[in-house]
Design a binder for this molecule. Structure first.
Ligand SMILES: C[S@@+](CC[C@H](N)C(=O)[O-])C[C@H]1O[C@@H](n2cnc3c(N)ncnc32)[C@H](O)[C@@H]1O
Length: 345
């Protein structure tokens, strides 16, 4: 086990941490959380988990192995850097760059560029046959200023948001305004704790956002929608990403022609951009929660989005599900979504 740090995008406060922890659990990694800081999580875990996080996470930006953490004070930082063990970081002939990032406005008195220079000098002083290359370094040493702390370590993975941007609803061949952003869809998939080959089901598949994100992390996928147009649209979008689903059905989520799935990830219609076909969102949510209960085994999960005003936590709990977590995502003035995770008991 080593000490790792994960830097999150600042889009949401609680989702990135939950997503990361579920990814580690799904991968079977034991870990110990050391500290939760603003947009940064420090934990002890197996180094190999980084590759899994890199492949799966939506809201993690940087993964690194920590060299030291100290108070965000220049004198403290330099003292820690001078006593850090850098001998195992580099192989002879390697190049490096130091990059310091600041979360929000923490320790604004620290001059980032001056600190990068000073830390670079310490690295050069403490190592042999290592050189600076600011453009294409073999290794990047990353310093993060957050919450009164400075975390310094070797970057192991960078997750670029551009991959999710490439799968924005408008970039897909079949577009509908009710489509969910790829990043949130990926995070919701992760919250159901799927493994490779897990069968993920979306009973309101729309344009296929959830299923595409699930398939891209190695899950098998199956979806259904009440309209032929949307079911076809899902197939069209999946073909664009070279994904072959187990099946895309035209079906009413109240009576599903399925026997068994491993988890459910879905965003039902709210009667705004997606029609509820003369039902209320509450009815639809209740009915689908009842319908999918029969498809799941004990301990399997549902992650669903719903308007906050619906209080879906209460609906699911009343139907006998165990409520695991809820996160609130502001969309616009009249819509905040609740992202809820239930477990079948
Ligand atoms: C909010 S959209 C889903 C969007 C999808 N998550 C995406 O990213 O494209 C809801 C979908 O539910 C479908 N729908 C509405 N009532 C339904 C029902 N009773 N059973 C199954 N699908 C239904 C609509 O046709 C619509 O495609």
């Amino acid at each position: 086990m080593v000490i790792l740090f994960f830097v999150f995008s600042g889009e949401h406060e609680s989702l990135p941490v939950s997503e990361l922890e579920v990814i580690l659990k799904a991968g079977g990694y034991t870990y110990e959380v050391l500290e939760k800081l603003d947009q940064v999580l420090r934990l002890k875990a197996d180094l190999r988990c980084v590759e899994t996080v890199r492949r799966r996470a939506a809201f993690t930006r940087i993964c690194g192995v920590e060299l030291f953490t100290c108070e965000a004070e220049t004198s403290e930082i330099m003292k820690s850097a001078n006593s850090a063990n850098l001998s195992k970081v580099f192989r002879g002939g390697e190049s490096f760059a130091v990059r310091v990032k600041r979360v929000k406005n923490y320790a604004s008195n620290i001059d980032r560029m001056a600190l990068e220079r000073k830390l670079g000098e310490v690295v050069l002083k403490k190592t042999t046959k290592v050189r600076v290359d600011l453009k294409t370094p073999d290794k990047t040493l990353s310093g993060i200023i957050t919450d009164g702390k400075f975390i310094f370590g070797v970057e192991l993975a960078i997750i670029l948001p551009k991959h999710f941007m490439e799968r924005r609803p408008k970039r897909k061949p079949f577009f509908h305004p009710s489509a969910m952003q790829a990043k949130l869809a990926r995070c919701m998939v992760n919250l159901t704790k799927p493994k490779v080959e897990t069968l993920v089901f979306d009973p309101f598949c729309g344009t296929g956002s959830m299923l595409i994100e699930a398939a891209l992390i190695g899950c098998r996928v199956i979806g259904s929608d009440i309209t032929r147009r949307m079911a076809r649209g899902t197939l069209q979008n999946m073909a664009y990403f070279k994904i072959t689903p187990e099946g895309i059905l035209i079906a009413d989520a109240r009576s599903l022609p399925l026997m068994k799935v491993d988890c459910v990830v879905t965003d039902p219609p709210y009667g705004r951009s997606a029609s509820t076909f003369k039902r209320t969102t509450r009815q639809i949510v209740e009915e689908v929660l009842i319908a999918v209960q029969n498809l799941l085994d004990r301990g399997q999960r549902i992650c669903m989005a719903a308007p906050k005003t619906l209080n879906i936590k209460r609906i699911g709990t009343a139907l006998g599900y165990k409520h695991l977590e809820s996160h609130f995502v502001y969309v616009h003035r009249s819509l905040t979504r609740e992202i809820v995770v239930f477990e079948k008991v």
